[in-house]
Write a protein that binds this ligand. Sequence first.
Ligand SMILES: [Zn+2]
Length: 97
Amino acid sequence: MPRRTIDIAFPGAKVAVFLDGCFWHGCPQHATSPKANADWWRQKLDRNVARDRETNEHLVEAGWTVLRFWEHQNPATVAADVAAAVAVARAARLRRP
Ligand SMILES: [Zn+2]
């Protein structure tokens, strides 16, 4: 099931990382629409996507950097991107008293 909590948080750098499941979060490459109860699923999955957007907005308003990755992405690439974003965010915060 989709979760609303941050998957990985770096509170010092204010970087939030989400690892989104392709099905639950509507990955453009792998999203599938179940045939049974199609309307129910459509609404449910659309709600998930809308909620992701809302979560992003709240975090950005609170000064966080939000990173979202799909479950199909290469974990090594994801880890490198996260490390780079945390380094950038930490440097930015150090410049600000
Ligand atoms: Zn995918």
